[in-house]
Design a protein around this ligand. Structure first.
Ligand code: FES
Length: 158
């Protein structure tokens, strides 16, 4: 069994899935950029979220060891099609188990857990800012709408 898991790490490492970048400025894209203090390795993971709150696209770039690359590659496949809630609950222990990482490599899978959380947070804070702006312009529209409405009502009552 250990051998099969080991092959999974190699498979992800040799042919990583979903390598690349999404446009950071897109409003439906969340970017997570995290580092492992233990070794200095860095992982960038990005998600694109559709109108239903489902992760529709994922990309990563990892400057790190083979286990970190395999962990991030695995994570991209794992979260595609999930809601943000579901994706945020994925634990590094699941990745480590799936890839049969030895204890010394546990922090590599932690990087993938941190990266998806950070991408979700980035997406949510972008949406919150957008909602704030939308709400403000909605209030403006409502105000001018109310004026027009009362003018019309005043006209009708005459
Ligand atoms: Fe640090 Fe793998 S991420 S050794």
């Amino acid at each position: 069994i250990a051998r099969a898991y080991h092959e999974k790490v190699i498979a992800h490492y040799e042919r990583p899935r979903n390598v690349g970048s999404l446009p950071k400025g897109d409003i439906d894209v969340g970017t997570g950029l995290v580092g492992a203090p233990a070794c200095g390795d860095v992982m960038k993971l990005q998600i694109r979220v559709d109108d239903n709150g489902i992760i529709s696209d994922v990309k990563f770039k990892t400057f790190g060891c083979g286990s970190a690359i395999a962990s991030s590659s695995y994570m991209t496949e794992r979260v595609k099609g999930l809601s943000l809630d579901e994706a945020g609950k994925i634990k590094n222990t699941e990745i480590a188990k799936e890839l049969a990482l030895p204890p010394v490599k546990l922090h590599c899978s932690m990087l993938a857990e941190d990266a998806i959380r950070s991408a979700i947070q980035d997406y949510q804070s972008k949406r919150a800012k957008l909602a704030d702006t939308t709400q403000k312009s909605f209030i403006d529209v409502t105000r001018s709408g109310a004026t027009a409405g009362s003018a019309a009502a005043a006209h009708t009552s005459q």
